[in-house]
Write a protein that binds this ligand. Structure first.
Ligand SMILES: [Zn+2]
Length: 309
């Protein structure tokens, strides 16, 4: 047995397979990314806590002699075990290495791939359809989100997806709708463009805000940023049923039908959920990158076909 193997055994360190599973679960709990393992990084302790490692196990150091340079290299045994487990997951293409992730995010982190994400959901017994709602990004989604944010706003835009055929949700279709959702809510900084509400679940895994289609799927609307707007659930519903729409310069246009609405409708105590958030001439909140705002052709279609006049 190697010197390292002997030390692992002597200190009764966790098995590599168990560390691999713990890494996947920890990635899931950290929205899909964790930092490189280095001394002083919280993630190293967090993982050690999961295995209830004692001080001796945490402090154990491997000493290896670099003959060429004639020096001794000391590596914490726990870091090395974490690295070896992560390395195996990377070889299986379940996570990406920090050098690869950094090309996308400029941060040196391990990141879940789509396969790793699926495997983790399986481990945690979470149905895969939850992917539509969870705020965890995979390497593939991040890559497509970056790409989507860098495409110029087209002058002539067709909000209809003429190739959309109704069929069972394929992996490609699911990825596309998750990229749509992610790019929309990220561009609007996770807030409702009408009322500004920004909130996630206590475990940080779900955002309240939704990516609304302007030309809806039922009318074969496209899954791209120019046919999308971030809305809280209430405003999403009100937008879909035609209580309000948008002008070409992104001001709220309320259906005239709202005038005649019963007094105790549409209120949360005294908060009038359509009118109150909408001061006359007030614009909706738009993405910081202006070219990611809804396309005029999409909102014109919504005004003409969805808004109740
Ligand atoms: Zn809202």
């Amino acid at each position: 047995m190697s010197y390292e193997g002997e030390m692992l055994k002597k200190l009764a360190m966790p098995a590599k397979k168990d560390v691999e599973q713990a890494l996947l679960k920890t990635l899931f709990n950290h929205n899909g990314t964790i930092k490189e393992f280095a001394t002083g990084e919280e993630i190293v302790d967090e993982l050690a806590d999961l295995f209830f490692l004692n001080e001796e196990q945490r402090q154990a150091v491997l000493e290896r002699i670099y003959r060429k340079e004639n020096r001794v290299v000391r590596t914490p045994l726990w870091h090395r075990l974490l690295y070896r487990a992560a390395d195996s997951l990377a070889k299986e293409k379940l996570i990406t290495r920090p050098t690869i992730t950094a090309q996308l995010t400029n941060r040196k982190e391990w990141m879940l791939t789509e396969d790793g994400y699926d495997k983790t959901l399986e481990l945690l017994k979470i149905p895969t359809n939850q992917k539509e709602f969870l705020s965890i990004k995979s390497f593939e989604v991040q890559k497509l989100v970056n790409k989507a944010k860098n495409i110029q706003n087209p002058e002539i835009y067709d909000p209809f997806d003429n190739h959309r055929i109704k069929k069972t949700v394929t992996r490609e279709l699911s990825l596309r709708s998750r990229v749509f959702r992610q790019v929309v809510i990220e561009s609007y900084d996770y807030r409702c463009s009408v009322c500004g509400l920004k909130i996630n679940s206590p475990d940080k895994k779900y955002w309240e805000v939704e990516a609304a289609h302007i030309v809806p799927h039922s009318a074969r609307g496209k899954d791209d940023i120019w046919n999308g707007v971030a809305l809280c659930r209430m405003h999403h519903w009100a937008f879909d049923v035609g209580w309000f729409s948008l002008t070409d310069d992104f001001k709220i246009l309320i259906s005239p039908k709202y005038e005649g609405i019963s007094d105790n409708y549409g209120k949360i105590v005294n908060f009038d959920f359509l009118n109150n958030a909408i001061v006359p001439n007030k614009h909706i909140f738009l993405p910081e990158i202006k070219s990611l705002s809804p396309h005029k052709i999409s909102i014109k279609w919504h005004r003409e076909n969805i808004l109740h006049k």
